[in-house]
Design a protein around this ligand. Structure first.
Ligand code: NAD
Length: 388
């Protein structure tokens, strides 16, 4: 049985990949520095919501799947996959050394025969830098870059249905990676590492721009006292070219903003559309607060204002880079008393109490359960869940 070791394996990218490979008969070790997540997985539980993952975990954990904090697990593997990410710093520059440091720390335990796969989103050029690092310190680089493209929460379904971009620093590495991913993906698309690095960043930046267009139009239209969704529905009705037009909403989470900024850094900060999208998307919380303020007589001072939904996307428990927290900060600068509720986020107010206390509400994220609510106080819902 071929052995795969996933570094950063207990995170949102590592778990779906590990489960998918385990389901295809690989022997999988998830190596992670987070002992809590390791313990949770070994107890056959998930550290976060991921549709369809629980059943696979129950089937494979303790058999051909395990989690461990012990980095020595990489030594016996045929394939080592790195999934730890590249954040951006306070100046919006990619911290490429984060990935390099992680790879470097495992090199003493790697051997020149192993296939090394980079899986997280990386700054263009990083695959080649890792290649030279491996050649210098390990004497060989069987290295592939095969970016993850799943949407969080639907990772299990998508990993088996999305085509996989596969690139390698040479033909042998590319072939080995293609063989590995052909066991889970319906289609393999071969490109060069440079192309794959850009394809992943451009995909996320494009999504971020799509949301920015909807958000810009939302703010433009609502400023005039018009209903954005009446216009959007009219635009889309029977007009296929507009069928994919996004609705307005808080464009947040750990990927889209970060990857748009990485792409801009790659283009000498000349990705003007990307920067404009950032101004629009990051400005939406301020706009929503102003909308509520106007609907509540011009002041939120001392009023109990509720932010409903703290996760960065619907029906998910992940609060990383959620713009609901920016909403809360904006409300606090207006001297509002901020209430927060999210059925998936522990420690927040129960929904019925929240609905009883809130004098005004901003919908942060449209969890399915919120659809049936009928707020009796002023509210702002840029998602169009509570249709006016
Ligand atoms: N979340 C997604 O759906 C998604 C989709 C596509 C791409 N990505 C990209 O994948 C990367 C990872 O994202 P994620 O959502 O899985 O992050 P995550 O925080 O959920 O997972 C990363 C994991 O790596 C572990 N880790 C950190 N340093 C380590 C080390 N030195 N050794 C072992 N483990 C270590 C952490 O403890 C964590 O469990 C990011 O670059 C992200 O942009 C994410």
């Amino acid at each position: 049985m071929e052995k795969v070791c996933i570094i950063g394996g207990c995170g949102h990218v590592g778990i779906p990949l590990g489960l998918a490979l385990a389901s295809r008969g690989f022997d999988v070790s998830l190596v992670d520095v987070n002992p809590g997540a390791v313990e949770t997985i070994n107890a056959a539980k998930l550290p976060f919501k991921e549709e369809g993952a629980e059943a696979l975990l129950a089937e494979h954990i303790g058999k051909n799947l395990r989690a461990t904090v012990d980095p020595a697990a990489v030594s016996g593997a045929d394939v080592v996959v790195f999934v730890t990410g590249t954040p951006v710093d306070e100046h919006l520059n990619p911290k490429i050394h984060d990935v390099l440091r992680v790879v470097d720390s495992y090199i003493p335990r790697l051997n020149p025969r192993q296939l090394i796969v980079l899986r997280s989103t990386i700054f263009p050029g990083v695959t080649r830098i890792v290649e030279s690092l491996l050649r210098e310190k390990l004497g060989a680089a069987n290295l592939a870059f095969c970016p993850e493209r799943i949407v969080q929460g639907k990772g299990i379904e998508e990993i088996f249905t999305l085509p996989q971009l596969v690139s390698g620093v040479d033909r042998q590495s590319e072939d080995a990676a293609a063989r590995l991913f052909a066991t889970i993906a319906p289609k393999i698309i071969r490109i060069t590492p440079e192309e794959a690095e850009l394809a992943k960043l451009m995909t996320n930046a494009w999504r971020y721009l799509e949301f920015a267009i909807a958000n810009q139009f939302y703010m433009m239209v609502e400023t005039q006292g018009l209903d954005f969704y009446r216009i959007l529905n009219a635009m889309k009705d029977g007009y296929p070219r507009a069928s994919h037009f996004a609705r307005a909403g808080l464009a947040a989470g750990p990927c889209l903003f970060k990857d748009t900024m990485q792409l801009s850094a790659f283009h000498n900060n000349g990705f003007f559309l990307g920067h404009s999208a950032m101004l629009v998307n990051e400005g939406l919380p301020n706009f929503l607060v102003s909308q509520l303020e106007a609907r509540m007589g011009g002041s939120l001072r001392g009023k109990k204002i509720g932010v409903l939904g703290l996760a960065f996307k619907a029906d998910n428990d992940d609060t990383r880079e959620s713009l609901s927290f920016k909403l809360i900060k904006c409300l606090e600068t207006k001297m509002a008393v901020v209430l927060r509720s999210d059925e998936f986020v522990p420690g927040t107010m129960p929904l019925d109490e929240f609905m009883r206390q809130a004098e005004g509400i901003i919908l942060g994220v449209p969890h399915t359960a919120y659809k049936q609510l009928e707020p009796s106080v002023p509210y702002v819902d840029c998602w169009n869940v509570w249709k006016r």
